[in-house]
Design a protein around this ligand. Structure first.
Ligand SMILES: Nc1ncnc2c1ncn2[C@@H]1O[C@H](COP(=O)(O)OP(=O)(O)O)[C@@H](O)[C@H]1O
Ligand SMILES: [Mg+2]
Length: 424
């Protein structure tokens, strides 16, 4: 184990073994599953060697044994027959605990379904493997930030998975796999849920990691196009290797990507525009930030004041509806201004109006409750005779805070109702 283990302070380098020497050796490996229907021979007799720094694609139809092999390579399962040697250590024969240690230190995993924790930010997802290793919080954070930056997600660290596109989620998963600096990366159908462009983006990233950092990659896919990006292709059929060859005219994913037509203008929730960020905020059922609430309140007050001045000086008598109407428009305008300042892009009018609408409704409801709950003339009595300006001011301030907090949460709930969580 000594060769495979790094200390937590100095993560294992990508050079576990000398370049060109075997990193892993699979010798006469077989795997049977025993089930009610009898024995399934998922792997028959498998032999192959992978050298440090290789990029291997494993291809084959569904049920041919690819995932079974990956589970063995990843030390999640052990072979029924044969031996598996990783960096000179016979891991096939180790206990479950022994395998867990190897797995944690030597191997990074990427799955088809991303396997991210959904209510947890990208940063926390990436930190997770480090917390199993007793790394300090500060160190965890800086390493997770570095890993996210290395997959191009430095600006998305506090997004939760539902605020990220599929490709971004897979990149978070790759960052999580990389954060422990594993010399070996195992990916089981990592592009299975992604479209062509996003698949190429992920492949380009994997190729870069392979070339620049010398990370050995073993990738399972059933798509020949994807396998063409690897340096070597091993084909499985019915639990056997039927072909093992170098890839001729290997594809450069970054180059392929540059040949694609420009991406469709689709804004994934939270993808960086105020519109998306606002939708994501609402969809994540987070309260609308306090910064907006103050501006909304300012909009109301200004609108009502303008309405009052308009009636008094231009018309000569109060005109009902003008104040609230102006207030409503100003609320939407100020909300838009806030999001512009926060996210560098003004949200759609529809969005701003929605925020103003729910805010107004929330305010009216809360005021209604206050009026209904208070005895008819208690408020007036309190304001006129309740102990002077200071008490009135304090009570009003407290009331404003209570109302604002109420509105903030009412808004979040109502908005969540309006914007059900996006699917997929
Ligand atoms: N846990 C299991 N129990 C019983 N049979 C299994 C189990 N896992 C896989 N198999 C069987 O082993 C064979 C290979 O499966 P798998 O490795 O998942 O194939 P692939 O990933 O290539 O689609 C299939 O026939 C599958 O039904
Ligand atoms: Mg599979």
């Amino acid at each position: 184990m000594s060769a495979a283990a790094g200390t937590d302070e100095s993560p294992p380098s990508s050079n576990l073994v000398e370049a060109g020497t075997p990193l892993l050796v699979i010798k006469d490996v077989g795997k049977d599953y025993v089930s009610g229907a009898g024995i399934v021979r998922a792997l028959r007799t498998i032999n192959f060697v992978v050298n440090q720094g290789e990029f291997v694609a494993i291809i084959g139809t569904s049920g041919s044994g690819k995932s079974t092999l990956m589970n063995i390579l990843g030390c999640l399962d052990r072979p029924t027959r044969g031996t598996y040697t990783l960096a000179g250590v016979d891991v096939g024969g180790r206990t479950a605990d022994g395998r867990a240690i190897v797995r944690n230190r030597v191997i990074g995993f990427i799955f088809q379904g991303f396997n991210l924790l959904s209510r947890t930010t990208a940063l926390e997802n990436v930190e997770l493997p480090l917390s199993y290793r007793g790394v300090s919080a500060k160190e965890r954070r800086s390493r997770a930030e570095r890993a996210l930056a290395s997959v191009g997600l430095a600006t998305r660290t506090d997004h939760t998975p539902n605020q990220l596109s599929g490709g971004q989620q897979q990149r978070v998963a790759i960052a999580r796999a990389l954060v422990t600096d594993p010399p070996l990366l195992l990916a089981d159908e990592p592009t299975g849920n992604l479209d062509t462009r996003t698949s190429l983006e992920v492949l380009a990233l994997l190729q870069k990691l392979n070339v620049e950092r010398g990370i050995t990659i073993i990738l399972v896919t059933h798509e020949p196009d994807i396998a063409q990006c690897a340096g070597r292709m091993i084909t499985f059929r019915d639990g056997n290797i039927v072909e093992d060859r170098r890839v001729e005219d290997r594809k450069d994913a970054a180059h392929e990507l540059s040949l694609l037509p420009p991406p469709e203008v689709y804004v994934a929730p939270g993808a960086g525009t105020a519109d998306g960020a606002l939708a994501a905020l609402l969809a994540a059922r987070k309260p609308v930030p306090f910064g907006v609430t103050w501006r909304l309140l300012l909009g109301t007050i200004l609108g009502v004041l303008l309405g009052f001045l308009y009636g008094k000086y231009l018309v000569g008598k109060p005109v009902p509806g003008v104040g609230p109407g102006l207030g409503f428009l100003l609320e939407a305008r100020f909300a838009a201004g806030y999001f512009q300042g926060e996210w560098g892009h003004q949200p759609a009018w529809r969005q701003s109006l929605k925020v103003a609408f729910w805010y107004s409704l929330g305010t009216l409801l809360l005021l209604g409750i206050v009026v209904l709950a208070a005895p008819p003339d208690a408020l007036a009595t309190f304001l006129t005779k309740g102990g002077g300006a200071a008490v009135t001011f304090a009570a009003a301030s407290l009331g404003a805070v209570v109302v604002l907090t109420g509105i903030r949460f009412a808004l979040a709930r109502l908005a969540a109702y309006l914007h059900p969580k996006p699917k997929g």
